[in-house]
Design a protein around this ligand. Structure first.
Ligand code: DHB
Ligand code: FE
Length: 296
């Protein structure tokens, strides 16, 4: 059976792609952020995930404001990127695993999630940047992906509670998949940021810390915030945290924090990286290392 070995939350700011293209990872502006991925790389080298299930929001590349699904699941064999602006190079494609996608889709529909299914799907920086951060280098990414989009862009947005439940259903689906695969679940975007309007540049460190702490200990506590209340605390685009809470929902075992990095700012965003261990109830611990913290 497939096994969920852990979860990763990460920022997806487009200018990270430009920094990678220009080899700026060690520059003083960028290193506090890129260095935060070293523990993730060591974990990936040790655990060797086969599959990444990625919760993210599309920013107008695949879906535009005229047709915006609340939740959509990719079921393609390949996911291409295209020029989406931001001054970043077009990314390599990601390989898909349609059989697992359809298994997840069937479970979600059984659980009464009315999702959109996409057999053809472009993926934007919210997929390609996290993939490039987690699996750096030139060759093909060594995992196949299932992309799951959550609408964080056009109101009305799903509630935090709904996103958590979506993640729980996806977790159940993965663990009932027949093939012996190691799965990492990823949530991208956030943390606090606002890109436009009178509050452009808004960041809230205290609230980000609360979200990261509760993501591990008690994600249900975060769901007492309505979407407007969350946006007040985290900024208009900080609501991309919906992807993180869906990721957390998919971790069905005993969850503990292996690593976190938090750095203000990258572009307009409070940049965060978290690595969570998921130990199946009554099962074996992964070969996870002791908690490592890279100071902000
Ligand atoms: C920025 C952050 C985002 O989440 C995004 O999708 C685009 C830009 C930024 O901080 O520049
Ligand atoms: Fe974004």
């Amino acid at each position: 059976m497939a096994r969920i070995i852990g979860g990763v939350g990460t920022t997806h700011v487009p200018s990270i792609g430009k920094a990678i293209a220009e080899r700026k990872e060690k520059d003083s502006y960028w290193s506090p952020f890129f260095d935060g991925f070293h523990p993730v790389h060591r974990w990936i080298a040790r655990e060797k995930p086969d599959i990444a299930v990625v919760f993210y929001n599309d920013h107008g590349l695949n879906f535009f404001l005229d047709k915006m699904p609340t939740f959509a699941v990719g079921a393609a064999a390949e996911y291409r990127n295209e020029d989406e602006g931001w001054g970043i190079p077009v990314s390599k494609s990601a390989a898909g695993i349609p059989e697992l996608s359809w298994h997840i889709i069937e479970t979600l529909v059984e659980d009464e999630f009315d999702i959109t299914t996409c057999q053809d799907m472009l993926v934007d920086h919210a997929i390609t940047i996290p993939m490039s951060l987690m699996w750096p280098g030139k060759g093909a990414w060594p995992v196949r992906i299932v992309p799951i989009t959550v609408n964080t862009v056009q109101h009305p947005l799903p509630s935090l509670s709904r996103a958590l439940k979506l993640g729980r259903s996806v977790g159940k689906a993965i663990e009932s998949y027949k093939e012996d695969l190691k799965v990492v679940v990823i949530g991208t975007g956030g943390l606090s940021h606002q890109l436009d309007g009178p509050r452009a540049g808004f960041i809230n460190k205290e609230f980000d810390q609360y979200c990261m702490d509760m993501l591990v200990k008690n994600p249900d506590d975060i769901t007492r915030h309505s979407v407007p209340q969350f946006i007040e605390q985290a900024g208009a685009q900080g609501i991309e945290f919906l992807n993180w809470i869906a990721m957390r929902g998919a971790l069905t075992g005993k969850v503990s924090e292996l690593h976190r990095n938090y750095h203000i700012p990258i572009s307009n965003t409070a940049a965060a990286t978290m690595l969570l261990d998921n130990v199946p109830v009554g099962g074996q611990r992964s070969t996870a290392p002791a908690r490592e913290t890279v100071p902000a």
